[in-house]
Design a protein. Structure first.
Ligand code: TRP
Length: 373
């Protein structure tokens, strides 16, 4: 599946992967580095601390799942200490008011638990409940220039796609906030999609400058690595990239009937013989890929089984594969959803753990910055 591993699914709804040749080269380097990291993780999982997260803006879908979510659970299960951030303050980057925040936070937590995030091993927490994390933003902002912030290709792309009439200060500076997200717990491994690489660069720059300026020779913050998952690009049911905001996604929380309906309405082409040919038949190929990922086979294999039976048969195969794959995920989600008190307790405990870590890091930061009065 080498050809699949060269594609990634960007995390953000609007961010198309930055496309200049230097970005492609940078991604190549990151990919090679990720392979080295994978070996080190297997050998010594205890050396790593993962921090990653999502904005609570809607239901997670299969693009997210095969893009990054399953990679987190894999790392957790390998024994890597894992922090999962529900980035509620980051929702306000591209909108003025966040609708139904509590509902989205609960939905995201349910999605996490459903896919196997284990609250006994992973710390799930929200920005807004961890004041010391947010306070790191202030010294960190002093370590980057406005020119550096304005060069960030992912932010530029998001500003270009924003429906807001003006760019907020938070939109412009959220990559620095993201550095605080990662560094408050001294995370050194960040499993992300390609669109997040510029943010990781800023995080590394901030860690390095902080250490140089205040560390007196010691390392206060690690320079975290991005871990790119070999994530294939899944298209939505309309043939465009699967995304929350386009209404073309199959949510993890979707029921079996809703899934069947969505796949039935998916765009295909008029060629009866089914083949895996992403360049010329993107819609058919994406459906084949989806079935293949669910069944742990190659898309060519799935295509060969269908042969000349046409798009209707393809859709039947995909629906069955997805529904079978998601059945245990949905069952776990439904079970957790029954006990909201338990859900709140999981989040409260995660926030408590995150606060303890953030308080200790902030104390260290105030000490080295000579801010203890
Ligand atoms: N920007 C990420 C996204 O939209 C979410 C996020 C916030 C994040 N803070 C982070 C991801 C820190 C990794 C590390 O998907």
């Amino acid at each position: 599946m080498t050809s699949l591993s060269q594609l990634t699914t960007p995390d953000r709804a609007h961010a198309d992967a930055p496309g200049s040749s230097t970005d492609v080269l940078g991604t190549h380097v990151q990919r090679a580095r990720s392979a080295v990291l994978e070996e080190q993780i297997r050998a010594e999982p205890g050396r790593f601390r993962v921090l990653t997260g999502d904005r609570p803006t809607g239901r997670l879908h299969l693009g997210h799942y095969f893009g990054t979510l399953h990679n987190r659970v894999r790392l957790q299960n390998l024994g890597v200490e894992t922090y999962v951030l529900i980035a509620d303050y980051q929702v306000l980057t591209d909108r003025d008011v966040a609708d139904d925040m509590a509902g989205h936070v609960e939905g995201l937590l349910l999605d996490y638990l459903a896919i196997g995030v284990d609250p006994a091993r992973s710390t799930v927490f929200t920005h807004s409940a961890v004041p010391a994390l947010n306070q790191l933003l202030l010294p960190f902002l002093s370590l980057v220039s406005v020119a550096e912030l304005s060069r960030n290709p992912t932010v530029k792309d998001e500003i270009a796609h924003s429906r807001q009439s003006s760019v907020s200060g938070l939109m412009f500076t959220y990559p620095v906030h993201q550095a605080a997200d990662i560094l408050f717990c001294k995370g050194n491994l960040v499993p992300v999609g390609q669109d997040q690489l510029p943010h990781l660069d800023i995080t590394r720059t901030i860690a390095r400058r902080f250490n140089d300026r205040y560390g007196a020779g010691a390392t206060v913050f690690p320079q975290p690595d991005a871990l790119l998952s070999p994530a294939p690009l899944l298209l939505g049911t309309d043939g465009a990239k699967m995304s929350k905001s386009r209404g073309n996604a199959i949510a993890l929380a979707a029921g079996a009937d809703e899934t069947a309906r969505l796949i039935k309405g998916a765009r295909t082409d008029s060629e009866r013989h089914i083949t895996y040919d992403p360049a010329n038949r993107p819609e058919v190929s994406s459906l084949l890929l989806l079935a293949a990922l669910c069944q742990d086979r190659t898309p060519d294999d799935v295509a060969a089984d269908i042969g000349s039976a046409g798009a209707a048969a393809l859709k039947r195969v995909v629906t069955e594969a997805v529904n079978e794959y998601l059945a245990p995920v949905r069952a776990r989600r439904a079970q957790y959803a029954q006990d909201r008190g338990h859900l709140r307790a999981i989040l409260r405990e995660g926030n408590e753990r995150a606060n303890a870590v953030a308080d200790s890091t902030l104390t260290e930061v105030r000490t080295v910055m000579n801010n203890r009065y």
